[in-house]
Design a protein around this ligand. Structure first.
Ligand code: ADP
Length: 354
């Protein structure tokens, strides 16, 4: 670049939303509309009128890059300079309020998701526990009753033992009532029946995990339809499924990192169903793990609860969908979930799945 700045570059400045200006020493060569809005006074002939306010600014910017400055307007701006050539400097004023506001919104979203995810997890955990404990408790009551009958027949005088067995039956029956109440509570929680776009849901879930994806330096390969894919259901629950699958993929890639860690997400329409596929090129799953994959409390992670996939499966089934696993051809594994696509004229209704 020489004294005459490239015309395309000057033109491009005009299209950008960020406040930008090009300086030649203390003199203004070009500025775009957002920068004009920040500077005091009426914009007259460019360099002459703006040289004064920019003079102070440019001197302030003689300090290291990223100096925070107040430039005659209310609000905090961070000024950044990029040398374009020996003479020209591109000046960017970054609105800190906007950036902080955006950051705060992201944090709020994350906090909201964490909160909902925690309460969903507690509720689903209650449901899984109730389901798992119901059977052994029922069997214990039956065994104790049978034992008592046999004891009463063979040793009718063992009154202490018979009384102890009665107490044991009472205690176990009490436990089973508590579990019944937990089941009632968790089964009364039905998914919402909103009209949702699965494509948007993928983008929102990825936005919530962007820090994790960046930290793990994972490459994302997305294959999503251009048009929205409408399904009926509960956005928070379905987001929970997607985030669980993505977190599992991230965990797998972290524990056994390949050369080029990759998560690929594909959403495709298959007749009246939409199928979302989350794959990773991590270590994959052994046949032993696969056999217990969707069973509660089965985990190969040091601190894993082993509830994620069983909860995901029940959330997808609440939406009349299906969740399954396959091996990825190029190595690693892949989780799929399929949901019925909502026809354009359909009014939202979900059958009860209690
Ligand atoms: P947790 O994450 O607490 O272990 P999950 O039910 O989500 O519980 O997962 C159960 C197990 O399935 C994990 O411990 C892991 O062994 C296996 N698994 C799940 N997703 C993946 C994946 N993408 N790659 C490899 N293994 C996985």
């Amino acid at each position: 670049m020489n004294n005459r700045l490239d015309a395309d570059l000057l033109h491009a400045l005009g299209d950008l939303d960020e406040a930008l200006a090009i300086l030649d020493g203390d003199f203004l060569v070009a500025l775009n509309a957002p920068m004009q809005a920040l500077l005091p006074g009426e914009p007259g002939g460019l360099a002459a009128d703006w040289a004064a306010p920019l003079h102070g600014l440019a001197s302030a910017l003689a300090a290291p890059l990223g100096v925070r400055t107040r430039c005659g307007v209310s609000g905090e701006y961070t000024a950044r300079r990029v040398a374009l050539d020996a003479r020209h400097v591109l000046l960017r004023l970054v609105d800190e309020r906007e950036r902080l506001h955006h950051l705060q919104r992201q944090l709020d979203d994350r906090e909201g998701l964490l909160f909902t995810s925690r309460s969903l997890t507690v509720s689903e955990m209650g449901s899984v526990l109730a389901h798992e404990l119901n059977q052994p408790i029922g069997a214990t009551v039956n065994l104790l009753r049978g034992l008592k009958l046999r004891l009463a027949r063979r040793h009718p005088d063992s009154t202490d033992e018979l009384a102890a067995l009665d107490k044991a039956v009472q205690q176990v029956t009490y436990a089973s009532q508590i579990i019944g109440r937990v089941r009632e509570y968790t089964q009364s929680r039905q998914p919402k029946t909103e009209r949702l776009d699965l494509v948007a849901l993928v983008h929102e879930s990825l936005a919530l995990l962007d820090w994790d994806l960046q930290r793990e330096a994972v490459r994302l390969a997305l294959s999503l339809p251009e048009a929205p894919v409408p399904v009926q259901g509960d956005a928070v629950m379905l987001q929970q499924v997607l985030i669980n699958l993505l977190r599992n993929a991230l965990d797998a890639l972290r524990l056994d990192r390949p050369d080029d860690p990759l998560i690929d997400i594909e959403l495709r329409l298959d007749g009246a169903r939409a199928e979302l596929r989350v794959g990773d090129n991590g270590p994959g799953i052994t046949p032993q793990t696969e056999a217990r994959l969707f069973l509660p409390f089965s985990s190969t992670k040091p601190n894993g609860m082993g509830l994620g996939l069983s909860i995901c499966r029940s959330l997808v089934e609440m939406h009349q969908g299906r969740l399954w696993f396959s091996r990825r051809e190029a190595g690693g594994c892949c989780f799929h979930f399929a949901l019925p696509v909502m026809a354009a004229e359909t009014t939202p209704t979900l059958e009860k799945t209690a």
